[in-house]
Write a protein that binds this ligand. Structure first.
Ligand SMILES: [Zn+2]
Length: 292
């Protein structure tokens, strides 16, 4: 499942590939791809528009169009954005939608599981990188995304105040909720907590100042490393050129149950936290004391 580093990798590549190109058409054979709008309406609104910028917000790829709109793409589990030069063969049989450009090149959205979405929104609806002013109960994902962890606003002070506001929440599920901190998924949360020597079940409000400092550093470190290695490809993920990432070889604890911890030699354990498979080293990530 693509997280911040994978989506950032795709957005950076696409910046060099599609910015300045003009959309000549949009086709989709999966009617829910543009939900809640019908495909035909999105096609009509996209036609003739120029892509001015490509960026990432949380785990979303955002294509800023000329005018006030943006195309927001959510890759979810298995979505891929694959660029194709003019004359190159059509993509795989899981292509659900294709943006054609006036020069003959195209951008295909391939998605085996069909959870991904491509929606057109008003650019002002996308939450700014520090998060929205206030949370709206049923706001769509792009409007309710929280703090970008690689932005300047993600300071130790901000993180300490965020953890204090959600004091009773377990720290790992809290990191996965994009409405607080955007873009972090299961893998990078696991790796960051190991680096920071914090057990995944610790209550957010129980972190000491030195642990908060370590967590802020660890989150940025693992995310930046993920970007440097082109993201991680455990199953589906490939970038906009169809290449696999290399970060999966760098994991310290993810997928390493039974192996020794590289820091202390303790045996890495797999548990389930908040319904998600989780890995940690019980020796350097001490479990919180059970309430009696
Ligand atoms: Zn250890």
């Amino acid at each position: 499942m693509p997280e911040l580093p994978e989506v950032e990798t795709i957005a950076r590549q696409l910046r060099g590939l599609v910015v300045g190109r003009t959309v000549s058409g949009f086709r989709a054979d999966w009617h829910k791809l543009t939900d809640p709008e019908p495909v035909a309406l999105v096609a009509a609104r996209l036609g003739g528009r120029r892509i001015d910028a490509v960026r990432r917000r949380g785990k979303l790829v955002v294509f800023d169009l000329d005018g006030d709109e943006a195309l927001v793409v959510s890759l979810r589990m298995t979505g891929k954005l694959l660029f194709r030069e003019a004359g190159a063969p059509d993509g795989d049989r899981f292509v659900r939608g294709t943006i054609d450009f006036a020069d003959g090149s195209a951008l295909a959205f391939s998605d085996t599981r069909k959870f991904g979405r491509m929606i057109l929104v008003d650019r002002t609806e996308i939450a700014p990188e520090r998060g929205p002013e206030r949370r709206l109960a049923k706001a769509p994902l792009h409007a309710s995304l929280g703090m970008e962890p690689l932005s300047r606003g993600f300071t130790v002070r901000w993180l300490a105040s965020f953890l204090a506001r959600r004091a009773r929440a377990a720290v790992k599920p809290l990191l996965l909720d994009g409405r607080g901190i955007a873009g972090i998924g299961n893998i990078y949360a696991i790796e960051a907590l190991w680096r920071a020597r914090i057990h995944p079940l610790r209550a957010a409000g129980s972190l000491r100042a030195d642990e908060t400092i370590r967590l802020q550093e660890a989150l940025r470190w693992v995310l930046r490393k993920g970007i440097r290695f082109g993201g991680s490809s455990l199953s589906d993920y490939v970038d906009a050129r169809g290449e696999r990432g290399r970060m999966q070889r760098e994991f310290e604890v993810y997928g390493r149950a039974g192996e020794p911890c590289s820091r202390c030699g303790g045996e890495i354990r797999r548990t389930v936290v908040g319904g998600r498979g989780t890995f940690h080293c019980p020796r350097c990530q001490r479990a919180p004391r059970r309430r009696s």
